[in-house]
Structures are given as structure tokens and as C-alpha cells.
Design a protein. Structure first.
Length: 398
């Protein structure tokens, strides 16, 4: 496929997970009242989504290697559609929690196959450019999703949000049927447990891969983790309406979009390692700003969202190059490598969200967990540089 078609299909697939998550966040406080339950149980609907998404990637990636990108994608999109259906008609919080887990399992194929089809066809700077273009388009959907979710909630109630997700799943399935061309040679032996375990062992022995994924897990995982906290902070503590909360999330996605555009326009001067360093500088400063805003200022829209926007800008800078270098050593098992990358990345978001339920109020959790994850991304990059120097001085035997 052409770079443009790969970018468009990759962006559509990559949006599946974030939209399934972010369109729903304005309804979380409302669900506490609708099901006469507690905020902790409603937060669990996000945590199980993260867990299903993270674990299922370990299956979705190898399945796309074994049975082809197209077949695996359509199968998992069908699972995602079933999960949305279960959520839309959920009679109680337990059914909603189960439906969200199924949604996460189905959505796991999106980012896994999006990365894999890029790695199947492109390498180096060209792959980074496509990942950057995917990032630009990826920012648009999640940017609009919370606002759309807030409007649907106000006009038609919380169930309408899941009907919208069903429509998005059906649209994506149609696009895959019509436009996705197979980019790998399917090999069903790759789905055998023994071969699968050997592939993952090969990936996890690569110290450079682990360090690169540590950068992505800390930074992008922070975006996922804070989604379990922001709605309760901005709606219950600051006093925003669900619709206003949805609009406020445009600051996060908008600055991610801005960072992606700036990176693309300045790629000649800020590409590769320099882009990562600029991004991590912004993430580190964002972490410091979060600490200051939580502990020194009265919570407000700007005191919470300005640091979030600042770190989102930095994450847009570091993601394309770190994703490319993480996958470059595994052209023969691109789906499995992409799956492990996504598992660790999403797993960090899951653990961050889970930790939030044990750290006092959502505001306290936000001020403790998110800076820690952003600072961990910076430390992981130092480890990545050390691994890179070690490979240059002592390359692996042929």
C-alpha cells in the first residue's frame, strides 16, 4: 500500500482504542447515579478495559502474524462490536464492567495492526514520518470524542455513547474490508504456543527494546492513567458539567495534535533523537507543573489542564521515533513485537489507573502517579541511550 493509504488505515485502527475509552469518560459520574453504585466501581469499568486491551494484544499481534492482518483485524473488530452492544443494554454495573472488558479485548487489534502494517512496509525515517502522520490524525478522533460523548449524554443519555461506538466499529470494519491489503505472508505456525513463547522471549531479551518501551509506557501510559482521574477532578471537584468536561479535554488532544503538526513541519531539524529529547523535556516540565498545581494551587480548569496539555505536546514529539526504534529489530515478527510494545504501554496505564484507587482522592492520585510516570519515561530514555551505546561498542554476533 502507499504511505498515504497506510497512514489513513493505520490512523483509523489506532483511533479505535482511545475513542472507545475517551468518548465514555464524561458519563462516569452519571453512571455512579444511574446504577446506584460507587465511583470505585465505575472506575473499574476503565480498569478492566485497560486490562482486556493490554492482555489481548499479546494474542492479537501473533494472530495477525499467523492469519494475516486483515482477517485478525475483522475478527477482533467483531468482538469490539459485541462488547459495545453489551454495554449499550447493560442492566447493571456488573454487565457494564463485563462489556467494557470485551470492548477492550476487541479494540486491542487496532494499534497492534496499525504499527505492524507500517513495519511490514517501511523502515527508518519514512516509517517515523508515517507514524507521525498517524499521530496527527489520531489526535483528531480522541480530541472530539469526549465532547461528542458529553453532547450525546446530555441529549440522549449514557446508552447513546455505546451506540455511537457500535457505529464506529461498523464503519471501521467496512473500511478494512474495502481498503486494507494484506501486508504480510500469513504463517499459521506462528500461533503455536511454543513458537509464540520463543518469539516473545526473543523480544524481551532485547534490552534496547525494553528501554524504548519504558519511555512509551511511562509517557503514553500516563495519558491512559489520568483518564481514570480527570473526570472526577474536573466534574466533582472543579464543578464542570459533563459537556464542559468533554470540551475541556480538547486541551489534551489539541496539544497532542499541535505537537504532531510542529514535529512534522520541523522534522528536518528536530527528527529522531532530538525530537525525543524535546518531548521528554516537555514531559518532565509537565510533571513538575502537575506537582506544583496539585500541592500549591486551588484546583481549577487551567491548573489541571495546562500541565496535561504541556505533557501531551511532548508525548507527540517522542512517540514516532521511539515506536520506530522499538520495532526495527523484529521485521520477522512485527505483529508480536507490536503486541508486546502495546501490552507494556497499556499495562502501565492500567497499573497507574489501578494505583489511583489506592491513593486517596482522585486529585491526590493525579498529583502523585502522573508525575512519577512522566519522570520514569525520562529515566527509561537514559537507559535506552546506554543500551544503544553498548550495542555500538559490542554488536551482537551475526
Amino acid at each position: 500500500m502507499s504511505a498515504r493509504r497506510t497512514s489513513l488505515i493505520g490512523a483509523l485502527l489506532a483511533m479505535l482504542g482511545p475513542i472507545s475509552m475517551s468518548i465514555y469518560t464524561p458519563a462516569m459520574p452519571e453512571l455512579v447515579r444511574a446504577f446506584l453504585t460507587t465511583p470505585s466501581e465505575v472506575k473499574l469499568t476503565l480498569s478492566v478495559y485497560f486490562g482486556g486491551f493490554a492482555l489481548a494484544q499479546l494474542v492479537a499481534g501473533p494472530f495477525s502474524d499467523a492469519f494475516g492482518r486483515k482477517s485478525a483485524t475483522l475478527a477482533f473488530l467483531g468482538i469490539n462490536l459485541a462488547g459495545s452492544l453489551a454495554c449499550a443494554f447493560a442492566p447493571d454495573i456488573d454487565t457494564l464492567i463485563f462489556g467494557r472488558m470485551i470492548q477492550g479485548i476487541g479494540a486491542s487489534v487496532g494499534i497492534t495492526v496499525a504499527r505492524a502494517i507500517v513495519r511490514d512496509q517501511f523502515t527508518g525515517a519514512e516509517a517515523s514520518r508515517i507514524m507521525n502522520l498517524i499521530g496527527i490524525m489520531l489526535a483528531i478522533g480522541p480530541a472530539m470524542a469526549p465532547a461528542l460523548g458529553g453532547l450525546a449524554l446530555a441529549a440522549f443519555g449514557w446508552r447513546s455513547i455505546f451506540f455511537l461506538l457500535m457505529g464506529f466499529s461498523l464503519m471501521t470494519m467496512l473500511a478494512i474490508l474495502v481498503y486494507l491489503r494484506e501486508t504480510t505472508v500469513p504463517d499459521r505456525t506462528r500461533a503455536r504456543p511454543g513458537r509464540l513463547l520463543r518469539a516473545y522471549a526473543e523480544i524481551l531479551r532485547d534490552g534496547r527494546f525494553l528501554a524504548a518501551v519504558g519511555v512509551l509506557g511511562g509517557a503514553i501510559g500516563a495519558l491512559y492513567a489520568q483518564s481514570t482521574m480527570l473526570s472526577f477532578i474536573l466534574i466533582d471537584r472543579v464543578g464542570l458539567s459533563p459537556t464542559a468536561f468533554g470540551l475541556s479535554m480538547l486541551m489534551q488532544s489539541g496539544f497532542y495534535f499541535l505537537g504532531s503538526v510542529v514535529l512534522r513541519l520541523t522534522a528536518r531539524w528536530t527528527g529522531g533523537e532530538r525530537a525525543v529529547q524535546i518531548g521528554l523535556l516537555a514531559c518532565g516540565l509537565g510533571g513538575v507543573m502537575i506537582l506544583a498545581s496539585v500541592h500549591l494551587l486551588t484546583p481549577s480548569l487551567l491548573s489541571i489542564m495546562v500541565p496535561v496539555a504541556f505533557s501531551a505536546f511532548g508525548i507527540a514529539f517522542l512517540t514516532p521515533h521511539m515506536t520506530t526504534v522499538a520495532l526495527q529489530s523484529f521485521p520477522h515478527i512485527a505483529g508480536s513485537a507490536s503486541a508486546m510494545l502495546g501490552f507494556i504501554q497499556m499495562g502501565c496505564g492500567f497499573l497507574g489507573g489501578l494505583a489511583a484507587s489506592f491513593v486517596g482522592t482522585p486529585l491526590d492520585a493525579f498529583g502523585a502517579i502522573i508525575p512519577t510516570m512522566l519522570f520514569a519515561a525520562v529515566v527509561s530514555y537514559l537507559a535506552f541511550q546506554a543500551q544503544t551505546r553498548r550495542q555500538v561498542l559490542d554488536p551482537p554476533a551475526a
